[in-house]
Write a protein that binds this ligand. Structure first.
Ligand SMILES: [Zn+2]
Ligand SMILES: [Zn+2]
Length: 134
């Protein structure tokens, strides 16, 4: 019972599927222009909004407030460094099972979940933490 997708929604979805990582609406706008499939930025946001409600696109909000959009197939979590902002993808999903349980217990149709870990990366951790050991 869902409405047919507009052409811009299709373009954005195809783009997101072809990318390995989540990108901002601005990135999508620029990338589509590069591919000569340009649509207005407002249209990009509108299309992302409907794709999001459809459950095919997921949104991730970074510590700096920027939203990144990615395709549903990715169930990927990150370790985010608060200092340098680096985002390290982790391979496993620790809550996959929980999602299924929640769907059953609450009769809630879960499209996706977010789970992020914040802290300091290897590079940003103070050196004395290990140096003080001896
Ligand atoms: Zn760092
Ligand atoms: Zn997950």
């Amino acid at each position: 019972m869902k409405a047919a997708r507009t052409r811009s929604q299709d373009r954005i979805l195809n783009l997101l599927k072809s990318l390995k990582q989540a990108v901002s609406a601005q990135d999508i706008y620029v990338e589509l222009r590069n591919r000569s499939q340009g649509v207005g930025l407002a249209t990009v946001y509108r299309a992302l909004e409907s794709l999001k409600l459809e459950g095919v696109v997921q949104v991730r909000t970074l510590a700096n407030g920027e939203s990144l959009y990615g395709c549903m197939q990715q169930d990927q979590h990150h370790l985010t460094c608060l200092q340098c902002g680096t985002s390290i993808p982790i391979d496993e999903c620790p809550v996959h099972q929980l999602e299924t349980q929640l769907q059953q217990s609450y009769h809630f149709k879960v499209f996706y979940h977010t789970l992020e870990f914040f802290g300091l990366c290897d590079q940003c951790q103070p050196v004395q933490a290990t140096a003080s050991e001896f």
